[in-house]
Design a protein around this ligand. Structure first.
Ligand code: DLL
Length: 433
């Protein structure tokens, strides 16, 4: 079985990768300067001309692109080709303001298919596989992205989309799906539903899962692998840059390989904008170097992570990014302490609790409060009040020792926390209301 989709590219020497990046960056800068008035203005303001960008060394001379730039130019202001060449649009709903609209030329879609095919091959898929895509189809990039990858690979794409969980279970069994693609929280819901319906693992043929679009922990990975009898892989991406497949996990599962022939990745200090060395945590920034329709340069993702260029045992030479540890804007500051939802998830699962939880932040008498609502099993929930209170207190202590702030723990009845078929809503911050 082939290990790579495009071996020459995925295992190219670092010198070759740098050569591609130099050439493609220069071309892309000229392309946006000529075709996107907004970028031309931004570059002029910074005193940079396309001729100043001769290699990746010069990348730091370019201005950053922020989500607010997309809002200011909504919907098509950053497109670099005429609409006649745009064959498809996708969009992501931001938590505030307007949607982010991404356009693709036919060539952009081919590249997208390739990078998603790289992910599928990296999880062991080939033409004989049935790829069950339960990411949403529509403006969200998840469904169509993985679908294009499966078709490009020549596997059988099953465009189930998200929702209608009963139907998901039927299709999993009847169509013999071998690879499941959806958010990790929806995968957990599917796994729980299989259990509830008494469907044994022998009735399904899944071997791998491709889960992303939201943060999830190693503990959640283990839980999903046990419950579904699969190997679970992480996939990263964002609408602004392409959609799923910007970075993909290999069998080594030590970070996700960034498709560096198409995207240049940098890590910066989010406060100063200074570029940080490899293996240092900071904000991830991407530049598109092969896209035609919507090539963003130095896009500030707000995702916090680490990039390494150390060799990987899988043979791929692309840089690897860690799981995003959170977002600069998802980070909760509770009584001055930075808290990431992923830290809470880690403690919950480590202590044997359910990954169905919600974090409620409020401000009472000018003091921030943190409550973690966790679903427990029916047996635990019907336990004596004394036992319940003792277990809640124990979990609260574990959270306190990791987070450094007090968290009130509330156990909830099984099934009482609303399930999402897409990205889970983990945090309710009442302070903003
Ligand atoms: O979520 C694209 C995607 C679809 C990725 C399917 C993977 C699978 P957006 O809706 O624009 O695009 O959201 C992008 O989601 O900046 C991260 O904060 C978060 N995110 C995406 N993948 C991961 C991941 C899609 N594997 C935003 N782990 C990004 C953690 C992720 N967070």
């Amino acid at each position: 079985m082939a290990k790579y989709w495009q071996q020459d590219i995925e295992t190219a020497s670092r010198d070759q990768i740098a050569a591609w990046q130099n050439e493609r960056l220069v071309k892309t800068v000229q392309h946006v300067y000529q075709n996107v008035p907004y970028y031309r203005e931004q570059m002029k303001k910074k005193g940079v001309l396309p001729g100043d960008i001769r290699s990746i060394e010069d990348l730091k001379k370019l201005p950053f692109t922020y989500k607010s730039d997309l809002r200011d130019t909504y919907p098509y202001g950053l497109f670099a080709v005429p609409m006649e060449e745009v064959v498809c649009l996708h969009a992501s709903s931001g938590t505030t303001g307007k949607q982010v609209v991404a356009g693709y030329t036919a060539h952009d879609l081919e590249i997208w298919g390739d990078i998603c095919a790289r992910q599928l091959v990296a999880v062991g898929a080939d033409k004989s596989d049935r790829v069950h895509v339960s990411y949403g189809y529509g403006l969200f990039t998840g469904g169509f992205g993985l679908h294009r990858g499966a078709e490009r690979l020549g596997a059988t794409a099953i465009p189930v989309s998200s929702g209608n969980t009963a139907r998901q279970l039927t299709i999993l069994q009847d169509f013999g799906s071998t690879v499941l693609c959806c958010t990790p929280s929806y995968a957990m819901y599917i796994a729980e539903s299989l259990e509830e319906q008494g469907v044994p693992l022998s009735k399904i043929s899944l071997k791998a899962g491709i889960f992303g679009a939201e943060p999830w922990t190693e503990e959640m990975r283990k839980r999903l692998e046990e419950k579904l009898g699969i190997k679970a892989y992480d996939i990263y991406g964002l609408t602004e840059i392409m959609g799923p497949g910007v970075a993909y996990e290999c069998e080594a599962q030590k970070g996700m390989h960034v498709n560096e022939d198409h995207f240049i990745v940098e890590v910066i200090d989010p406060d100063t904008g200074e570029v940080l060395p490899d293996d240092t945590e900071g904000e991830i920034v991407f530049s598109c170097i092969t896209k035609e329709a919507f090539p963003l340069l130095r896009y500030r993702t707000r995702d916090i992570g680490v990039i390494t260029r150390k060799p990987c045992s899988c043979g791929r030479t692309f840089a690897r990014m860690s799981k995003p540890r959170g977002r600069t804007d998802d980070m909760l500051i509770i009584r001055g302490v930075n808290v990431f939802p992923s830290q809470i998830e880690t403690v919950l699962i480590r202590e044997g609790h359910s990954p169905n939880y919600q974090i409620v932040v409020d401000r009472v008498n000018n003091l921030d409060t943190l409550e973690v609502r966790v679903e427990v099993t029916a047996e635990i929930f019907s336990d004596t009040v004394t036992n319940l209170t003792a277990s809640e207190k124990k979990l609260s202590e574990s959270l306190k020792s990791l987070l450094g702030v007090h968290a009130k723990v509330t156990f909830c009845a099984p099934g009482s926390i609303e399930r999402s078929t897409g990205k889970a809503v983990r945090v309710i911050d009442k302070r903003k209301i």
